[in-house]
Design a protein around this ligand. Sequence first.
Ligand SMILES: NC(=O)c1ccc[n+]([C@@H]2O[C@H](COP(=O)([O-])OP(=O)(O)OC[C@H]3O[C@@H](n4cnc5c(N)ncnc54)[C@H](O)[C@@H]3O)[C@@H](O)[C@H]2O)c1
Length: 370
Amino acid sequence: MENIVVSLSFRFQDISSSGSNSVHSMQVCTEPKVILSTDDIVSLIGNKCDGVIGQLTEDWGDTLFGALKKAGGHAYSNMAVGYNNVDVDAATRHGISVGNTPGVLTETTAELAAALTLAAARRVVEADDFMRAGKYEGWLPTLFVGNLLKGQTVGIIGAGRIGTAYARMMVEGFKMNVIYYDLYQATRLEKFVSAYGQFLESQGETPVHWRRASSPEDVLKEADVVSLHPVLDKTTYHLINKERLALMKKDAVLVNASRGPVVDETALVEHLKANPMFRVGLDVFEDEPYMKPGLGELSNAVVVPHIASASKWTREGMATLAAQNVAAKLKGWPVWSSPNVEPFLDEIKPAPKAAPSIINAKALCLSSMP
Ligand SMILES: NC(=O)c1ccc[n+]([C@@H]2O[C@H](COP(=O)([O-])OP(=O)(O)OC[C@H]3O[C@@H](n4cnc5c(N)ncnc54)[C@H](O)[C@@H]3O)[C@@H](O)[C@H]2O)c1
C-alpha cells in the first residue's frame, strides 16, 4: 500500500485506487488555505506516507523531510523547476529523493517575461487604466510614449534554459542584440544569434550580435532591457541592489520572472520613484504574496502574481513530471538521463518507467537509465 500526499492547497480529499501497478492511496490536499504551513503539512503527512508532491511556497527542510521519513516516506517532488524552497542536503540525509520539473516551464516562462517586457516598454497597463478611466480625449503625439525595442540591446542575467529561450524571442521578434552574464558560456544562444545575424545580413537587413559580459555590471550599463533568469541562491540574492540599479540607463526596462529575492525590492521602489522613465515588469516579489510598500502605487511598474508558468500545457506537464518523479522512486525505477522530457508528456504512448528529474540522484546513488 503506497500513500502519497499532494499539497495542491485546496480542500482535503482522499482518492483511493486499486491495481497492482498504481499508487494505492493518494491524498490530494484541497485546503481552502492558499499557502500551507509546515505544521499543516506535518499533519497531512501523518504516520504513514510514502511520498509527497509539494509547492514552491512551502519550506521543505529538516522538519518536513524528518516527518516524511518517520512516516516511512522516501520520495518528494517540487511542482516547480526552481527548488530554492528545498533543503536538498536535508532530504539526502533522510534518504529522500527530491524531484523537480525542468523542461516544461521554459517557453511559457520566457513568453511571460517577453509579455512583461512589452507591457513595460510600451506602457500597456498604464494606457489600459487611462482608457478605462474615461480619460482618452483623442490622439496626441505625446500620449504614452514608450521605448522601441527593435535594434536595442537586451541583457540577460542567467542564460540557462529560460534566459536563452527569452533571449531568442527578443532576437527573433524584435531584432535585439544580446549581452548576457552567466557563470557558464551559453553556447547554444551564441550560435543561434550568430546564425540569425548572418541570415538577416543575407536578407540585406542589419545583423544582430551577442556579447558575453564579464560581470552583471557590464550588462546593466549597456542593456536597454534587462531580464533576470538565474537560480535563486546565495550568489544571486539581491543581485539587483541600489548600487547596480544606479548603473542602468535612466529609461531602461527591468524584468524579473525568476525569484523575488534576486531583486532588493525596497531599493527598486526608491529607484522607480526617482526615475519615472525607468520601468519594471515583475512576476515575482521578495515577500510573496506581498509587495514592498509603495510598489503597488507606481505607474512605472507592471506587476503580476507569479503567473509565469501558468499556461495549461505547462501546468499539466509540471503535475505529470512531479507525479512521475514520486511514483518512479516508489517503484524503484531508474532516473531519466536526458534533458528531453517529451516522452513523459506523450498522451498516447505509455510514459517511460523512469523518474524524469531527481536532483539528489547522485548523492543517493540512484541508478540512471542506460
Ligand atoms: N516565475 C516563475 O513562475 C518561474 C518559472 C520557472 C522558473 N523560474 C525561475 O527561473 C529560474 C531559472 O530556470 P531555468 O529553467 O532557466 O534554470 P537553469 O538552471 O537552466 O538556468 C539558470 C541559470 O542561472 C545561472 N546562474 C547561476 N548562478 C548565477 C549567478 N550568480 N549569476 C548569473 N547566472 C547564474 C546558471 O549558470 C544557469 O545558466 C529557476 O531556478 C526558477 O527560480 C521562475
